[in-house]
Design a protein around this ligand. Structure first.
Ligand code: URP
Ligand code: ZN
Ligand code: ZN
Length: 452
């Protein structure tokens, strides 16, 4: 048995000074003064905060966007994740048009198995909705995949409004969850053409071609389709005040709407797109970074409990060799940015004074576990839960940099961020995967089945 002694444990019922014992990959007990027997290993974590391992509910590892592959695959992405305190990523297995969901699941499992330093589960992204796909929904449930994804944007991925309605209806019998990328793709395509016709080729044109109105319109549409289907909906990567207002409207009329945002929408604004030397491309992601007023609105929503989860939308591309594919045409800049390694550090530092440890644990661990049907196996420090544990030393100071990160990408949007606190130990299924922010070399990640 391993015993973590004298930590401040973030449990579902609050912060508690206690010891935690784990064995065979499970938490065995949480009590004051657990006595060590012969053969037990004790680790003194005095002064540290002991969190349920963080869960990143939105990553894109080993993804081909039609032109290029993400810089991070499962090996490097999960290594970065675990070094930053994330013990489970929920990635998007994505259906190929003309192919089955089961095929996509096999492909993604094949990419993750045996190389992942943290646990992994999957959302299934539906891109080809038809009778065969519909018949596979219960098959996915049996395979341990109960959360899904659909896109309103990206020509190669998006579904129609009617297809989304049918998907929402088809998920009801299995109590499945669906996250939706809410941007109006056809309108964006035309707005991009307008910018190019005006001679606007740089990253500054990216947010102009994807204004908050296209996000708000798509969120509104999703919410009404959810009401028509009498089903809950989940808005991923919420970025704008207008979009937030649509969520508020739907909630006010009694609908269940879950909202996810990401650290980039809480910390950065669209002035990043004007950085010199094409550096704005590092922040080309969809939805784009917004105005200062939007950042303030999303922060306020976070503080007053309107945001359910904070994930990363980690989708990394190297600046020099991949982002620069769009040097002369912003529409060719691969969309996405890295974040999986730094989310806990950034959130625990930026919101240290405004959110409690319990609330931060809910946003980054408990709520994604509940929403995606992994709770209480994941997302909680409870006897019987998996021993996925992040020990956080709040007193360590360090600076985030591409030169000290483990994810495989040549930059980080958080370069120079002064962190207050650092991951001290990370246990994945009871195995020590990280010590003092550095990997121990153990590859302990497993596929996690979700269950409704
Ligand atoms: O720009 C982004 N976010 N790329 C990843 C795909 C998505 O939209 O989630
Ligand atoms: Zn998206
Ligand atoms: Zn995404």
């Amino acid at each position: 048995m391993k015993i973590l002694k004298n930590g401040a444990l973030v449990t579902p019922t609050g912060l508690r000074k206690a010891d935690l014992a784990m064995d065979n990959g499970k938490i065995i007990c949480i009590e004051e003064n657990i006595p060590a027997k012969d053969g037990d290993v004790t680790v003194d974590v005095t002064g540290c905060i002991v969190f349920p391992g963080f869960i990143d509910g939105h990553t894109h590892l080993d993804l081909n966007n039609g032109v290029t592959d993400t810089a991070d695959n499962f090996q490097t992405g999960t290594l970065g994740a675990v070094c930053g305190g994330t013990t489970t990523v929920i990635d998007f297995a994505t259906q190929d048009k003309g192919n089955t969901l089961l095929h996509a699941l096999d492909v993604w499992k094949g990419m993750a198995e045996g190389v992942s330093s943290c646990n992994y589960a999957f959302h299934m992204a539906i891109t080809d909705w038809n009778e065969r796909t519909k018949a596979e929904i219960p098959v996915m449930q049996a395979e341990g995949v109960t959360s899904f994804k659909a896109y309103f944007a990206y020509d190669n991925l998006k579904v129609t409004d009617y297809e989304l309605l049918e998907i929402l209806e088809a998920l009801k019998p299995i109590h499945g969850t669906i996250g939706v990328h809410c941007e109006n793709g056809p309108v964006i395509n035309e707005l991009q053409k307008r910018e190019l016709a005006k001679g606007n080729f740089g990253p500054e044109a990216h947010p102009i071609s994807r204004p908050p109105e296209v996000e708000a319109e798509a969120i509104d549409r999703l919410c009404w389709l959810g009401r028509l289907a009498d089903a809950p909906v989940h808005v991923v990567h919420l970025s704008s005040k207008l979009g937030l207002e649509e969520i508020r409207h739907a909630r006010a009329r009694g609908q269940k709407v879950y909202a996810e945002t990401c650290p980039q929408y809480l910390l950065f604004d669209d002035s990043k797109y004007s950085l010199p030397n094409f550096e704005g491309a590092k922040f080309v992601m969809s939805p784009p970074l917004r105005k200062i007023e939007d950042v303030a609105a999303i922060r306020e929503a976070l503080l007053n409990g309107e945001i359910d989860t904070v994930s990363t939308d980690h989708c990394s591309f190297h600046f020099e060799t991949q982002k620069k594919m769009g040097l002369h045409d912003f529409t060719k800049i691969p969309n996405g940015a890295p974040g999986v390694e730094h989310r806990p550090t950034v959130m625990l530092t930026a919101f240290r004074d405004s959110l409690s440890y319990e609330k931060l644990a809910q946003l980054m661990s408990e709520n994604p576990a509940k929403l995606f049907h992994l709770y209480p196996r994941k997302g909680a420090l409870l006897p019987g839960s998996d021993a996925d544990i992040t020990v956080w030393d709040p007193n360590r100071k360090w600076t985030i940099s591409a030169s000290n990160q483990h994810q495989n990408v040549d930059y980080t949007p958080y370069e120079g961020f002064e962190a207050s606190g650092q991951v001290k130990y990370v246990y994945v299924n009871g195995v020590l995967a990280v010590k003092d922010g550095q990997p121990t070399g153990v590859v302990a990640g497993r596929f996690v089945r979700s269950k409704t």
